[in-house]
Design a protein around this ligand. Structure first.
Ligand SMILES: Nc1ncnc2c1ncn2[C@@H]1O[C@H](COP(=O)(O)OP(=O)(O)OP(=O)(O)O)[C@@H](O)[C@H]1O
Ligand SMILES: [Mg+2]
Length: 282
């Protein structure tokens, strides 16, 4: 009896340290992945500081055009994306989701307000600085996959690493590890046209992870997939949040995806009208 209680307590005390190890295969693969690139990975400034949000959006406004024709896509948006969480951005078509993701990803500059990524004010970066930020710190996943048709799955995953001039052998090895992580070990040599939509999006997720980003930005990643395939992609993203300790900001209409989010930020007409915290990540 005492023994039993003791062993239970021991299991519990070990639970925190090994929590990530329970994520089955994905974790095993990710450990290898981490080892492969430790040498060339950039230091992540905010890492280890568990409470620093990865993204801080502070009173951001964004308009397209000017004068009476101006479209005010964002009208004073403030929120934070916490490290290691999956945050879903929800809202009707035209509510400003893509606009907001583009600003957070440094693809566009807000008309007013401030966005910081890991403590770096995006406004302080020039164009090469933004380019490096997008290449090294952010992974993008789009509704339409965005793969290069003439490249194989492995080569597509290798593109961001190529941009960082990672040596070919290391790059190929890591591309294969990442494809295994997303369940496509046997499809590395196929081109996007020879893969299903769900498989293509898995390749895109692997590519987004290539440079060990701090943040993955996904715009309607399940929008072109049937609900079952979309759910699988969503669960993959969810698993990746845990095993790769990345942070994800995803715009979506998909109820499956919203269900799995740690936090849901609701946009309406360019304003945040609600923030929900769910139990999915607990
Ligand atoms: N390049 C642009 N030029 C002018 N207006 C734009 C531009 N991009 C977006 N808008 C406008 O900004 C508003 C927000 O658009 P946005 O694409 O962010 O919405 P969304 O929430 O992503 O919608 P959806 O769910 O359809 O993708 C819309 O009124 C849209 O017409
Ligand atoms: Mg959109």
């Amino acid at each position: 009896m005492t023994d039993h209680q003791h062993s239970t307590a021991a299991d519990r005390s070990g639970a925190d340290a090994t929590a990530e190890d329970t994520t089955a295969e994905i974790t095993t693969a990710s450990v290898t992945t981490a080892e492969v690139t430790t040498a060339s990975a950039p230091s992540r400034t905010g890492e280890g500081d568990g409470d620093t949000p990865v993204v801080v959006v502070d009173d951001v406004h964004h308009s397209f055009g000017s004068g009476p024709q101006a479209v005010h896509a964002l009208r004073g948006v403030s929120f934070e994306v916490r490290r290691g969480e999956l945050t879903a951005l929800r809202g009707r078509s035209g509510s400003g989701k893509t606009t907001l993701l583009n600003l957070v990803g440094g693809l566009d500059t807000p008309t007013a307000g401030r966005i910081t990524l890991d403590g770096t004010d995006l406004a302080s970066l020039d164009e090469p600085g933004l380019l490096a930020l997008r290449r090294d710190r952010i992974g993008f996943v789009f509704q339409s996959f965005g793969l290069i048709p003439v490249l194989t799955a492995a080569e597509n995953v290798g593109v961001p690493m190529r941009l960082r001039r990672m040596p070919a052998k290391e790059r190929e090895e890591r591309a294969r590890t990442l494809l295994a992580l997303v369940g496509l070990a046997d499809h590395a040599e196929q081109r996007p046209g020879e893969l299903s939509g769900g498989q293509q999006q898995r390749v895109a997720v692997a590519r987004a992870l290539a440079n060990e980003p701090d943040l993955i930005i996904a715009d309607e990643p399940t929008g072109q997939l049937d609900s079952e395939t979309g759910r699988a992609i969503m669960e993959l993203l969810r698993a990746v949040v845990r095993s790769e300790s990345v942070t994800i900001l995803v715009a979506t209409h998909d109820p499956n995806l919203i269900e799995l989010a740690d936090r849901v930020v609701e946009l309406r007409d360019g304003r945040i009208v609600g923030t929900d915290t769910s139990a999915a990540g607990a």
